[in-house]
Design a protein around this ligand. Structure first.
Ligand SMILES: [Zn+2]
Length: 362
């Protein structure tokens, strides 16, 4: 599905994809995540427009790596004329301001960018709202404080930047000889986009498609206590279906090497979602009425303490699917969300049991 190519700064060849494209990896500083790939679109012969897709975090190491990577392909930061963001996570936009100030370039991003960026530096009201919802999901105060403290430790890896243009789904980014189509793919976060180069059949997938790991679909905090929480995992599944039909030759992800078969990758994501749906369904069948945190502690007995946000995102996301399918009931009791088992989705029941069940119902 993906190549084993070592990820270094380079200009791609015509046989790999297109000599109009280059890649510059920079360190994220996150253990287990490694580098983030920024991609370059080199100027056409009669143009000086140098595009950078995503920037890396705001750190001295990332800045040095960016400069060195650009030098490898005979450019410097000052040559960049435009930054396109795939989404507002700090490894994608952290040093956008530093680059914008240095190169006097523009920064373009999806119009939902603020929904992701606001979480780095929430207002007191947004912080209260977040606490309200975590409490509603059954998370104890102490676990909540720990998770928030961890997030704010990384606050310096992002510097707020002015956005010159907000993009909408379907909008064309005109680049001489290399136009990119913006495709909104919410799920991993509400502002995620992928960029599609139709003539060369190339995708820049951000964190929407990643080799080796299934992207986390982060739980979104509603904009008010009364608002409905967006179902991130359902959005993500819809976004996978949106990109699946594209006749893609090469997909360039933000982490790891190029993806050569995006359809197999998407199917592997679906299989892993199904496995997790079955596990959660089984936990609820045995456990009776449970809140999201209680399910999280059973499914991730160790990880929930250190990885509260992704754990809660996984539980809520999968419970949304089970609830939408009528397989679990959701109600609020004493201000806390409670799930209860109703049935197991037929396609999740292992084949021999399905046969036995069909016989027993006659
Ligand atoms: Zn991301």
């Amino acid at each position: 599905m993906a190549t084993d190519e070592i990820v270094d700064a380079k200009r791609f060849s015509k046989s790999e994809s297109s000599p109009r494209i280059g890649r510059v990896p920079t360190p994220t500083g996150y253990p287990g995540l490694g580098d983030i790939n920024s991609y370059l679109i080199f100027p056409a012969d009669d143009s000086d427009e140098l595009i950078l897709i995503d920037t890396g975090i705001n750190s001295e190491e990332a800045w040095e790596s960016l400069k060195q990577g650009l030098a490898t392909v005979n450019y410097q930061v000052e040559d960049i004329t435009k930054i396109l963001l795939t989404h507002g996570h700090n490894d994608h936009c952290g040093q956008a301001k530093h680059i914008r100030d240095t190169a006097n370039c523009e920064v373009w991003a999806h119009e939902n960018l603020h929904l992701t960026i606001d979480r780095f530096n929430p207002t007191p009201e947004q912080r209260e709202l977040e606490k309200y919802f975590y409490a509603r999901w059954g998370v104890e105060q102490e676990a909540m404080e720990r998770a928030f403290a961890r997030r704010f430790k990384n606050v310096n890896s992002f510097e707020p930047v002015e956005i010159d243009r907000f993009l909408k789904d379907g909008e064309l980014v005109e680049i001489p000889g290399f136009n990119l189509r913006t495709i909104h793919t919410p799920g991993h976060c509400p502002d995620e986009v992928v960029y599609w180069q139709e003539q060369e059949k190339i995708f820049f997938s951000g964190d929407h498609l990643l080799p080796n790991i299934t992207p986390v679909t982060l739980a979104q905090i509603p904009t008010s206590k009364e608002a409905v929480r967006p179902a991130s995992l359902i959005q993500y599944q819809n976004s996978l279906s949106k990109v699946e039909p594209y006749d893609i030759r090469v997909t360039y992800p933000s982490h790891g090497g190029p993806i050569l078969d995006h359809v197999s990758l998407i199917n592997s994501y679906r299989a892993s979602t199904d496995r997790r749906l079955l596990k959660i369904n089984n936990i609820l069948e045995k456990g009776g009425v449970m809140n999201p945190m209680e399910i999280g502690k059973v499914l991730f007995p160790r990880a929930w303490k250190e990885q509260l946000v992704p754990v809660m995102s996984e539980i809520l996301g999968h419970c949304d699917i089970l609830r939408e399918g009528g397989h679990v009931a959701e109600e609020i009791s004493n201000g806390i969300v409670q799930y209860q088992y109703i049935s197991t989705p037929t396609h999740l029941i292992p084949a021999p049991e399905r046969v036995a069940e069909a016989f027993s119902s006659h």
